[in-house]
Design a protein around this ligand. Structure first.
Ligand SMILES: [Zn+2]
Ligand SMILES: [Zn+2]
Length: 336
C-alpha cells in the first residue's frame, strides 16, 4: 500500500479504482473540492500509450525512481478531472467493458483536452469515433459546435468531415466560435478558431446561393427584352404568389429557416399555373415563355437547389491542418 502521508488525510469521499492490481503507480486525481479518485495503474501501460507519461516515468521526473508493485508511487494530479482521467486510464488499460457507450459533450471536451495534454489521442480514437458518431446528428443544435473541437482534438478525420458537411448543409443557427471552444484558451495547435469562422462563412454562403437560385429562374422574365409583355408579367406574379402561399416569403428571411431538402419538400407542393395570356408571335421575336413553359420553372429551381446541396462537402482534416487545397492520395484519410 502507499506510504505517502496524504493517505492519512484522504477524504471519505475518495474512490479507489484498481485498473491493475499489481500497478506500480497510484494517480491521486482531482483537487479535493469536487471529488478525488485514486486510480491504480501500470506505468508500463501508460508509457506505451503516451510520450508524456513516458517522460514522467522514465527520465527527468522523480516519480521514475523505484517504481514497484509492492510500494506503488502516489502521484497527485490535482489539475485533471476525475471522470476524464478515469476514462483515459480505463481505455489505456483495456477495461473497455467499463467504458460508457455514450458520453456527454462536456465530458468529451474534458477528455479531449486531457488527451492533448498527455499526447495520447491515438489510444482513445476508436472510442472517440463511437461517441462522436452518436452525437453527430445533434450538431445542428445550438452549443453542439463543441463537436468541432472534439473531432479536431481527437483527430477523427472521418467524423470531422461528416460534421463539417452537416454543419454547413443543415445547421440553421449561427455557428458560434465561443461555443466551439468552450472556455478553452490554450494551445492553438489543439484547435484553430478560424475553423468555426470558416464554417459559418460557408453556411452563410450556402444560404446566399439558395436565395440566388430562387432569383435566377426569374431573371429571363425580368431582365430580358420582353419584360413588359403581359404573359411574362403574369408568370412573375404567379411565381412570387405561389412561393408566398407556400410560406417562403420573404425569401431572404424564410429560406434561412430551412435546409435544402426541407425547401425541396415544400416546393414539391408548388406548381405554377399555365399562362394562357401568351399570344406573342414568333415573328415578333417571341417571348421567354415560348422557350420555357411555366411548368418548367419550379423543376429548374429544384435542380439548382439539388446541385447546391450536392456541391457542399465537408472539410478534410488532413488538408485543413497543412493548409492544402486539394486531395492528396498519400496524405488524406478521407477521400474528397
Ligand atoms: Zn408571351
Ligand atoms: Zn484532404
Amino acid at each position: 500500500m502507499d506510504t505517502t502521508p496524504e493517505n492519512n488525510e484522504k477524504s471519505p469521499e475518495m474512490t479507489d479504482i484498481i485498473l491493475d492490481k499489481d500497478g506500480d503507480v497510484i494517480f491521486l486525481v482531482g483537487d479535493g473540492d469536487v471529488s478525488v479518485s485514486r486510480i491504480r495503474v501500470s506505468s508500463k501501460v501508460l508509457i506505451l500509450s503516451s510520450p508524456v507519461f513516458e517522460a514522467m516515468f522514465t527520465h527527468g521526473f522523480a516519480e521514475g525512481h523505484n517504481l514497484s508493485a509492492t510500494s506503488p508511487r502516489v502521484i497527485p494530479l490535482p489539475d485533471d478531472g476525475v471522470l476524464a482521467m478515469t476514462l483515459l486510464c480505463q481505455i489505456i488499460h483495456h477495461k473497455h467493458q467499463d467504458v460508457p457507450k455514450a458520453l456527454g459533450m462536456n465530458h468529451l471536451v474534458e477528455l479531449t483536452i486531457l488527451c492533448g495534454k498527455y499526447d495520447c489521442v491515438l489510444a482513445v480514437q476508436p472510442w472517440g469515433m463511437i461517441w462522436t458518431t452518436e452525437l453527430l446528428p445533434r450538431a445542428v443544435e445550438e452549443g453542439f459546435e463543441k463537436l468541432l473541437f472534439i473531432t479536431y482534438g481527437l483527430d477523427l478525420a472521418e467524423n470531422f468531415f461528416k460534421l463539417t458537411e452537416h454543419l454547413v448543409k443543415n445547421r440553421l443557427v449561427k455557428i458560434e466560435v465561443a461555443n466551439a471552444i468552450p472556455g478553452y484558451e490554450g494551445d492553438p495547435e489543439l484547435f484553430q478558431a478560424s475553423l468555426p469562422e470558416t464554417l459559418e462563412e460557408a453556411r452563410a454562403e450556402r444560404i446566399q446561393k439558395v436565395l440566388e437560385a430562387f432569383e435566377s429562374v426569374m431573371i429571363p422574365f425580368l431582365d430580358g427584352p420582353y419584360t413588359t409583355r403581359e404573359c411574362q408579367r403574369s408568370t412573375v406574379t404567379d411565381y412570387f404568389h405561389s412561393l408566398s402561399a407556400a410560406g417562403l416569403w420573404p425569401l431572404s428571411r424564410r429560406l434561412q429557416a430551412f435546409t435544402i431538402p426541407q425547401i425541396l419538400k415544400i416546393l414539391d407542393k408548388v406548381s405554377l399555373p399555365r399562362s394562357d395570356t401568351c399570344e406573342c408571335e414568333i415573328w415578333e421575336g417571341g417571348c421567354h415563355l415560348q422557350k420555357t413553359s411555366p411548368d418548367g420553372i419550379i423543376p429548374t429551381l429544384c435542380a439548382g437547389l439539388q446541385a447546391i446541396d450536392k456541391a457542399t462537402t465537408g472539410i478534410c482534416l488532413d488538408c485543413w491542418r497543412v493548409g492544402r487545397e486539394a486531395y492528396d492520395m498519400q496524405e488524406c484519410r478521407v477521400k474528397h
